[in-house]
Design a protein around this ligand. Structure first.
Ligand code: GDG
Length: 473
């Protein structure tokens, strides 16, 4: 018996180094958590996803690396993949589900590509599936998958988890009728449907009721072949990994460097992928208001802003990048001077040690998404603060705000409020910092990503076990 995990990206990277090809399996939170579950439950793990490498390159080198689990790449033709990923997944579902209906770029070809890609991936899953396996589907790219798999294997154990918000009925109904049906019926092919919060779970349930006319009992929909339970499973992080990293010699060295560089200043920090949902322009506006409302912070604070390139081929992302860079130029040009740049910006990712050094140097983390499924950066910042110092300013629009009760919550559109909370954070007593961080750490230590994966997969098994006599379609 095995766990078949499906996600758009495969947790593997392949790099050509002159004559050699180097393959590495990722140590990301999701992969580590599922791997740990597979080891404990003595089930093998196979990961299915869309290849971003050549088939030939993979076939010639796939036996040549340290493997913790099996990888089954799916190869999609370029145009199909573009319409599936960039158009339908990222320019329709991502924008709508984050409450940006005006950013939707819907077209027929995109939806057809989405369906075809789901069929192709389902074929791959069906080809490796054996009775007793558990299939765990991740995210908005594969909302059609569970139904297709179940048509072939009515008895299958399938879990589906959505990493982004599920919008309310008024927003979801913006999609053409056939699209809504396809997505809802597709997801209902699973035994368990998980979201980060109950709000999302309720939105999904209401959409199913109103659009498909099914009714539920205690968030369970009974269908011909199986039952589907809908629930909330807030994702988390590998707490120990972030907490322990505080003492790594490389991290200590980097932290000292950063602290030395800004020794007479307080540090505000943020890191995100470039995305309009992350509220980066709002954040900069709020920082500008802060400097204007509290001029005593002039030359005494610096905002270290790390933005990781993402989805650059999509117009809205390119536009957002320009807006952000214009804002930074305006703030530094009008409020800074030859000795001081209020915003220090980098449009490149940082490696893990640098990330931890930045988290643990920052007096405040400013996390202001306008809509976010969870937001792991918020959890990582808290976990990394082994010194129990710092303050987390967090948007109420992030799923994480429901759990991180000791954060300073903000409305990402209210720059006056954010300015106020920034001032509060930077003048917070050490006792208060300690008290808040300690409480949140206690919560995160208990609710880590291992527990999340275990809860989700156990629950999938449990709800499946109630369908004693599956009826063939
Ligand atoms: C989606 C949902 C949900 C970022 N920059 C660097 C870096 N990162 C890492 C962070 C964190 C991850 O990327 C970002 O996770 P988020 O949760 O903040 O955001 P999304 O990428 O939008 O993820 C989100 C998540 O899925 C999980 O369900 O929480 O709501 O949108 O782990 O550390 N890591 C390194 N360098 C960087 O420059 N090393």
């Amino acid at each position: 018996m095995k766990i078949i995990t499906v996600s758009y990206r495969l947790p593997v990277s392949i790099k050509r180094q002159k004559e050699n090809v180097k393959i590495t399996q990722s140590a990301g939170g999701l992969a580590t958590a599922i791997l740990s579950y597979s080891e404990k439950s003595k089930k093998n793990l196979t990961w299915v996803g869309v290849a971003d490498f050549d088939e030939e390159l993979w076939e010639n080198n796939k036996d040549n690396y340290d493997r913790n689990f099996d990888i089954e790449p799916v190869y999609l033709e370029k145009r199909l993949n573009r319409n599936f990923y960039n158009v339908f997944s990222n320019s329709v579902l991502w924008s709508l589900f984050h409450y940006f209906p005006s950013y939707i770029e819907y077209n027929h070809e995109g939806f057809e590509a989405y369906k075809t890609a789901n069929e192709i991936v389902a074929e791959k899953v069906n080809s490796i599936y054996k009775p007793g396996d558990i299939v765990w589907i991740h995210d908005y790219h594969f909302m059609g998958l569970a139904k297709i798999i179940r048509e072939k294997h009515p008895e299958a154990k399938i879990g589906y988890f959505l990493h982004i918000p599920f919008p309310n009925f008024e927003i979801f109904r913006v999609l053409p009728n056939k699209v809504r049906r396809y997505l809802l019926e597709g997801v209902l092919g699973s035994n368990l449907v998980g979201f980060h919060t109950w709000d999302n779970a309720i939105h999904f349930t209401e959409c199913v009721e109103k659009m498909l006319g099914h009714s539920h009992k205690n968030f369970i929909f009974s269908q011909e072949t199986h039952r589907t339970r809908v629930g909330s499973f807030p994702i988390s992080i590998d707490f120990d990994k972030f907490n322990d990293a505080y003492d790594k010699p490389e991290v200590i060295k980097l932290r000292e460097e950063i602290k030395h560089l800004y020794e007479d200043k307080k540090i505000i920090f943020s890191v995100d992928r470039l995305d309009y949902t992350k509220g980066i322009t709002n954040r900069l506006n709020a920082f500008e208001t802060f400097l204007k409302n509290y001029p005593e912070w002039k030359e005494k604070v610096v905002f270290l802003l790390v933005i990781v390139p993402s989805r650059e081929e999509i117009t809205k992302y390119g536009e957002r990048k320009k807006m952000i860079e214009l804002n930074i130029a305006r703030i530094n040009g009008t409020l800074g001077n030859y000795k001081w740049s209020p915003v220090v910006y980098q449009y490149q990712s940082v490696d893990f040690d640098k990330l931890i050094a930045l988290y643990t140097s920052a007096d405040a983390a400013l996390i202001s998404p306008v809509r976010d499924g969870m937001n792991l950066v918020a959890k990582e910042y808290i976990a990394a603060r082994k010194d129990l110092r710092g303050a987390l300013i967090l948007s109420v629009m992030a799923g994480a705000a429901k759990e991180l009760q000791e954060s300073l919550t903000i409305n990402p559109f209210d720059d006056e409020q954010i300015a106020l909370k920034l001032n509060y954070a930077l003048t917070m007593s050490e006792e208060e910092q300690e008290r808040r961080i300690e409480r949140m750490q206690r919560y995160l230590k208990k609710h880590d990503v291992f527990r999340w994966a275990t809860d989700f997969l156990n629950e999938t098994e449990e709800i499946h076990s109630r369908d004693t006599k599956p009826v063939a379609l």
